[in-house]
Ligand binder design. Sequence first.
Ligand code: RIB
Ligand code: CA
Length: 311
Amino acid sequence: MAVSRQIIIDTDPGQDDAFALLLAWAAPEELEILGITTVAGNVTVDKTTHNALRLRDLAGAATPILRGCSRPLVNELVTAEYVHGDSGLDGPDLPDPRSSVESMHAVDFLVQTLRAATEPITVCVLGPMTNLAMALIMAPDIVAGIDQFVIMGGSFRAGGNVTPAAEFNVFVDPHAVHVVLTSGVPLVVMPLDVTHQAQAVPHRVSSLRELDTPVGKALIEMLEFVERHDITHGFEGFPLHDPTVIAYLLEPELFELRPGRISVVLDSGPDHGRTVGSWRSDDDTAANGEVAFGIDADRYFELLAERLATF
Ligand code: RIB
Ligand code: CA
């Protein structure tokens, strides 16, 4: 059962980020979204920010949106228009935003908000972790204001989706991932191992298709665009990666988690950006997080349909 909590969502919309954001906006009883911070990832930060603003209008929300980092800490930016389209949110024809971002930079917002936290805040991570790493480097004391990082990223036994070894969010900025993994903040990780079990196949999407609303129609159009890449690569449907983070906050019992010590490979070889887990039970004291390896995928899509029907 979910409890009410304050959250910040760091994101690079992205169609699956859109599903996650709308699911969060559809859960006001459980989630108080203090802010949405955008980052370069699926597309440039100008485009991810533009997309976050358009999604806020679609949801009829008023959450502050803060523009974040435009490139990784060390590596050159790698984007994914080949999956998400040139806009990063191809599919529906969403209008230009009716309002703009806050003037504050996302990293300053993270530092200021986490320092002022009256209760520990859950930070939801849906894209490359550049903003979070910058905030942790600028102000290590902010860890006191963070309840946990809930992260979509990494892959342990499922292979990579950018290289054979690396998942996209980690691959774009593995140095930022290292800063987050070594911050001492408790982690819950949704890797490809679990998101690949949550493919948007027809029987799971049927209830979403019946939503005769602007939100429902837009999300179906996003799905019909973004699934093309994965289907040509052998998937039955688009693995709905990012909403697993929000679904975990609403119904944690959907997931099977395993404690472990998670690290990331930073060398320059073919393993660059690989996430590595140590699962030895006698090493639990050294665990820095819990990783999801199982999901009730049908219930996950039911949750999405139920909540998204409230718009
Ligand atoms: O590997 C999947 C992740 O990369 C998701 O967050 C998707 O939006 C892309 O950012
Ligand atoms: Ca994302």
